[in-house]
Write a protein that binds this ligand. Structure first.
Ligand SMILES: CC(=O)N[C@H]1[C@@H](OP(=O)(O)OP(=O)(O)OC[C@H]2O[C@@H](n3ccc(=O)[nH]c3=O)[C@H](O)[C@@H]2O)O[C@H](CO)[C@@H](O)[C@@H]1O[C@H](C)C(=O)N[C@@H](C)C(=O)N[C@H](CCC(=O)O)C(=O)O
Length: 497
């Protein structure tokens, strides 16, 4: 890109050295700098990008954007000094990629729970009708079937613009993004203009970051500001009518609202819901008539997710028949009440639930069809050095299960004992074990299970690691549970080690 054009978008304090005529790329991570590119130094929470300038130069950077003095060979590299590099990259990133969000229908999904499932439902339904679609969030960036890993649910502003650009270049008609409150507050969505904003719910989570529920709710509402002002485009807000926070969200936007729900009046409302271990069916009342929905995913929470996805796609202008057809092929989102395939006499689910509300939803997904003779064994863990207030509330919610195993979920460098004792404080009965090592906790869950029982492993979901200390160790609840179950239930099982 022409350098003068690129930097015309930001206020500059001064420039040292000579700017090249053009630059090839832009990076905020020194490890991602390419020859002839720009490196923008970001002052992070843990490290300061200014300390990686030499690395960026060694990688071939031609221009450095900095807010503090940096020592470089000005014969080879130019330095653009700005007041605030966060602000600079928020402007440079969408400018560099030519505002790609304007080239597609952009759907943003926010809320404490349901973001991943709703986003992936929207994506699957679109693909089912042959539309090219991209989706990004906790599970990664899925561009027309190819999945790429991402660091965060909502990625940094540069990665976000790059992904949107890639989706637009691949001729996707729609991109759906999971939007986290961290992402909104930290400006990771600067330059992203959404057409449809979906809000699912707001329950206790991330209060270590936001401080209060009011701040957390306000952060979620920032998504509505991302709808932009281009009124020639169809714009809608989709709100959960059964969620008390939706009333406040509605006051934060002037765009038309489509509501969905089960318990209260809504534009998209489910009734006659039948929940079973193999799927869910219900009648959906919509502004254009009633439809029968059959889905392979389980639990009432997935009825809410389906309603949210339907309202968003209706807002986009999709035919109801196509939406209903698409809902019938939705697979469980990776790690969201995902049934682990096995012919052993156990029903095992892995779920990402790591907030009190999500735990309640996971348990309620199986209670309607759990037989009296079946035990529900529930394994929960919480992360170390994060939102400690939610720990006892999570354990209290988990107490509905017949047997609970309290453990850790990325303990980081917090001792097991403090995590477990804060969880134990919330337990409403004594039918539980507290085991810090997650692998041992998983094995214990299988050891206390009888044939026919149900086990839910909550917290890790799609993740295949456990962060202990500063190390990211490989870990899979499903793999450990299956191995243990083979040993316990399969006659003639031969130990391989
Ligand atoms: C607290 C927080 O938001 N941290 C985010 C932040 O980290 P940070 O400010 O510490 O940045 P850093 O990693 O120290 O790096 C600073 C700068 O140096 C650069 N650097 C770094 C190393 C190097 O060798 N070279 C280099 O140039 C980095 O690219 C960066 O530009 O910027 C990083 C890069 O964008 C994020 O990955 C990181 O998210 C961390 C991993 C995180 O845990 N975030 C959580 C709190 C989060 O954002 N969660 C939400 C919600 C999820 C949910 O809904 O459950 C999410 O959207 O994921």
């Amino acid at each position: 890109m022409d350098t003068e054009k690129l930097f015309s978008i930001i206020p500059i304090k001064n420039i040292k050295g000579v700017l090249p005529k053009s630059v090839t790329d832009i990076a905020v991570d020194s490890r991602a700098v390419s020859a002839g590119g720009v490196f923008v130094c970001i002052e992070g929470f843990t490290v300061d990008g200014h300390s990686f300038v030499q690395k960026a130069v060694d990688q071939g950077a031609r221009v450095i954007v900095a807010s503090k003095p940096v020592a470089v060979d000005l014969e080879k590299v130019a330095v653009v000094y700005v007041k605030n590099t966060d602000r600079a990259i928020a402007l440079l990133a969408p400018h560099f990629y030519q505002y790609p969000s304007k080239r597609m229908t952009m759907i943003g999904v926010t809320g404490t729970n349901g973001k991943t499932s709703v986003s992936n439902m929207i994506h699957t339904i679109l693909q089912h009708t042959g539309e090219r679609s991209a989706v990004t969030g906790t599970i990664g960036f899925n561009l027309d079937g190819t999945l790429m890993e991402t660091e965060n649910t909502t990625t940094d502003v540069l990665t976000t613009q790059k992904m949107i650009h890639q989706a637009a270049e691949a001729d996707c008609s729609t991109m759906t993004m999971e939007v986290s409150s961290h992402g909104l507050v930290e400006g990771r969505l600067a330059g992203t203009e959404f057409d449809i904003a979906v809000f699912t719910n707001l329950t206790h989570d991330h209060l270590d970051f936001h401080g209060t529920m009011d701040n957390y709710g306000h952060a979620k509402g920032l998504l509505f500001a991302q709808l932009g002002q281009d009124l020639s485009q169809r714009k809608f807000v989709v709100l959960n009518a059964d969620e008390p926070w939706s009333e406040r969200m509605e006051k934060m936007t002037s765009y038309p609202v489509l509501s969905y729900g089960i318990r209260r009046e809504a534009d998209f409302r489910a009734r006659d819901i039948v929940l079973s271990p193999d799927g869910t069916s219900f009648k959906m009342e919509t502004p254009v008539g009633d439809f029968t929905v059959r889905m392979n995913v389980i639990g009432e929470f997935n009825v809410y997710n389906a309603l949210a996805a339907t309202a968003a796609l209706f807002a986009k202008g999709m035919e109801m028949e196509d939406i209903i057809n698409g809902l019938s092929v939705i697979p469980a989102a990776k790690g969201r009440m995902e049934k682990v395939e096995t012919d052993l006499p156990l029903t095992i689910y892995v779920d990402y639930a790591h907030s009190p509300d999500a735990i309640e939803k996971a348990i309620n997904a199986v209670l309607p069809y759990k037989k009296a003779e079946q035990k529900l064994i529930f394994v929960i863990g919480t992360g170390g050095n994060r939102d400690r207030k939610k720990r006892p509330i999570m354990a209290e919610k988990a107490s509905i299960a017949d047997y609970v195993i309290l453990t850790t979920d990325d303990p980081r460098d917090e001792p097991y004992e403090s995590i477990l004792s804060e969880l134990e404080a919330g337990m409403a009965h004594k039918r539980y074990a507290a085991i810090g090592d997650r692998a041992e906790a998983v094995k214990h869950a299988v050891s206390v299970a009888d044939a026919g029982d149900i086990i839910i492993f909550a917290g890790k979901g799609h993740e295949d690691f456990q962060i202990v200390g500063h190390e990211k160790l490989p870990h899979s609840d499903a793999a450990i549970a299956l191995e243990e179950a083979e040993r316990k239930f399969r006659k003639g099982f031969i130990e391989t080690e």
